[in-house]
Structure formats: C-alpha cells, structure tokens
Design a binder for this molecule. Sequence first.
Ligand SMILES: C[S@@+](CC[C@H](N)C(=O)[O-])C[C@H]1O[C@@H](n2cnc3c(N)ncnc32)[C@H](O)[C@@H]1O
Length: 496
Amino acid sequence: MQFSCDPDQEGDDLPQYEHIYQNDFSYRKHKKQKEEDISICECKFDFGDPDSACGERCLNVITNTECTPGYCPCGVYCKNQKFQKCEYAKTKLIKSEGRGWGLVAVEEIKEGQFIIEYCGEVISWKEAKRRAQTYETHGVKDAYIISLNASEAIDATKKGSLARFINHSCKPNCETRKWNVLGEVRVGIFAKETISPRTELAYDYNFEWYGGAKVRCLCGAVACSGFLGAKSRGFQEDTYVWEDGDDRYSVDKIPVYDSAEDELTSEPSKNELTSEPSKNVESNTNEEKDISTENHVESTALIVQQSDSTPMEVDIVTETVKTETAEDMKLLSQDSQEDLSQKTAIVSRVRGNSIKIKSEPVPKKRGRPLSSGKTKNVAQKQVDIANVVQRLASKEAQDEILKYEEVKKEAAVRLTSLYDEIRPAIEEHERDSQDSVATSVAEKWIHASCYKLKSEFDLYSSVIKNIACTPIKPQDSKNKPVEKGNDDQSKIMEEA
Ligand SMILES: C[S@@+](CC[C@H](N)C(=O)[O-])C[C@H]1O[C@@H](n2cnc3c(N)ncnc32)[C@H](O)[C@@H]1O
C-alpha cells in the first residue's frame, strides 16, 4: 500500500513510502523455525490474574523471545506476541521543524512498554552500504537504515512502519530492543520512561543507525553529540555534511526540544500538535494483520570471503564460533609445540645476527572489506624454494625443505578442492543470507585453512633454520664446502 502522511496536504513534502507491518524479505528467505527450537514457557493462565498469561515473569519475556502460537500454555490468552499481533501504542505523525516528520504519543505510554516495531526491508550490510551511498548521492537527507544483527540491517526508506519517523535525541525517551520472534530477530521501539501524551518520541541513533550524509543533530539536549549517529557511522566514510544553508528543512527554526530545561521528554510545541492534528497525522492501528506463520531459525553462521591471496578468508562473526576457532588453533598448535619452540629459538638467533630474508612483496592491493567493515591488506611473500635448496650443501637440509614444500602444496590443493566442494553452499548462502554459511561448512574451511597456514609456517621455518645452520654451496663451485657464518649465508637470504 502506498502511504503518505496526509494526502490532503498538497504541495507539502509528504513522505512517500510503502507502509508495512512486518519486515520485507525480498533479499533472502524467511528462516524456518524448527520445532525443537521453539521456546515454551511455563506460564499458567489464571482467570483471576490476567497478568499470569505471559507477563513480566514469563521465561520467554525475560529472554526477549515471543511465544509461538500453538505452543504457549496460555493459548489465546498469551500476552507475549506483541510483535506478531502489532500491539502498538497509539502514536501520530507531526511535522517537527528542522527535523522533518516525527512521531508523538497519543496516549500515556508506560515505562518499558512496546511502542512499535521498526519494520523495513531486511538487507545485508553490503547492500546497506551500497544503498546508503546511493541515497546520499541522490541527495536524500533522511536516512532510515538501522542495525538488525551482525550481518544484516533494516532499510525503511521505501518500505517501513511509522517507526521510520521517530527522530533522534541524545537524551531519548525511547530505545530500540531486539526480540526473537518465531526465530527471526526483530527490532522494537520501547519506552525508556513513562511518556505523556503529545510528547515526541525519540531514541538515540548511536550504534543503531547508518545514515547517508552527516546531519547536524538538532535534538537540543545539553549533552548533544553534534551529529546524528556519530558513533554508529561504522561503514560511512565522511563525505558530505549537511549545512544550514542547504538543508531540506530550515535549520534556523530549531527544535521543539527545550534545551534550556533539557527535559527528558521533549514536548513538541503546541503549534505543531494543535495545528490541524487530524490532517497532519496518521495514527497507527492496532489492527491485527495476517502474519505469516512461516517459522524460521537463526543459525550461527560465519562470513566467508574469497581473498586474492588465498582462495578464501574466514571472518568469524559470532562469539561461539570465535571460541571454537580459538580452540581449533590451540589444538593445531599443540601438535607442533615442541617443534615451535625449537623454531622460535632459531628464528630469534637469525634475527640476532641481523640477517634479512629478502622476499618479493606482491604489489599491495586494497583488501576486500570484511564483515566488520575493516579491510585486510594481504602482502604476499614469495620465497624461491628451488633457489634456496640448490644453494644448500647439506642433502638432509635440502630434503627437509622439499618435504615441507610438498606438504604446503598439498595443503593448498586441499583448500582449493574444498572450496569447490563447498562453493554451492556458499553461493546459496550468499543469495539467501548475504555471505553467511553454516557453521559445519565454515568449520571444514577453518581446518583446511589452518592446515595450510601451518604448512607454510613449517616450510619457512625450515628454510630459515637450514639457511642459518647448514653449509652453503659456493656460488662458483657447487661441491666446494662452505663454512658456517660465511658471508654467502646472508647473501642467500637476500636472494631467497
Ligand atoms: C529515521 S528518519 C526520521 C524521520 C524523518 N524526520 C522524516 O521526516 O522522515 C531520520 C532522519 O530524520 C532527521 N533527523 C532525525 N533526528 C534528527 C535530529 N535530532 N536532528 C536533525 N535531524 C534529525 C535526519 O534527516 C535523519 O536522517
């Protein structure tokens, strides 16, 4: 449904967007909640005590999880399905000078009360970044992208609920909270305090909001941070700052907030609220919508990316998997701990003698962005193993290096073929969940990657050890024995 705030107000800058009551999943499928993942509370409905049906003490409520219809012991009396049933507080739109449209409370809203869901299109961070840049390029000042989880965002620019109109304040009366609803995370706006009727709703965009251009904050709070979402501009490099002169709104007619008083709640001026409120305003409805019963499950996932130097790099997103990876690394390193201490000793000896190993740095490329928004620069070092081997006099040393080189090659082949094997899974997840693959697939990848890294470490350690400790063949005569500590030793390192 194409929705505009006030169809009668011709010529005004009415926002055009599609009004939705639940998130739009055009970019990926809804997750399906498995039966074994449904949390069933222990509430018992008592007719004499209406709060007994999934109130504050409900185990699901405590863990920010909505009860699943058909599984709650309170049945139709369950009060913990507010997102699903769109049980919103009554609010209305106002024109808040300097900040476009805003949302005000129509009735008193209690502290902690669910006000409205922040609905929009669920998109990947990659897509969110692309869109934020596009919106900015097109001069869209108002930004509606907020964080959903580590890999996804909600964009309410074109499709959204009335929550998209809630402005920012550095001293807010609302806050966002994430709830698990039928296996999907959803974002709700909740009251931080009791809010009286006609008070403008505002939450702190910091950490949650990903705007386009920089916008000066007009919240009027004493401790105002100066710019909107100043702390959450994770992926946004500073491009353009909206200044007073080029505002879509007139900034000199400033805020409805009383900065002198710096009250917790900021009352929009009487003018705004009383001037044709029925015209200016679109109340939200508590109307129950036909919510899809498709359930979904949230799986722990890793972001897997291909890099230029290795077929793929693994960037771990969730804490659980981070721990597992650390464990994996520990196990791998335990295997070779003895080896390692020996090698470390040799490496420090070589360092102590100030011998440099010359390597061929591949021209630095700008690394691909990781999910965290950071980039990784991979400078590839190449050692000419054949040259090193040829220059060593000891057969044992040569054999050792060649053996490690074989293992390294085999590890690289193993990683490449594993990539081919899991490519369909990765591609499917790239389509559905934007770069995320299942933990089992990623675990395999981590093992193969660690094996490859270890094989490289073994090879280069062996090269260092043997260059430092075994005789070098003279340049002119391959058979002439050379004494340790000969100048050739540093030369071979330079050449290697
Ligand atoms: C999520 S929208 C809020 C609704 C918006 N006012 C509208 O008319 O659609 C966010 C945008 O509102 C404006 N805005 C919100 N809070 C503001 C504030 N405290 N100071 C200045 N502009 C604000 C900014 O243009 C921002 O990009």
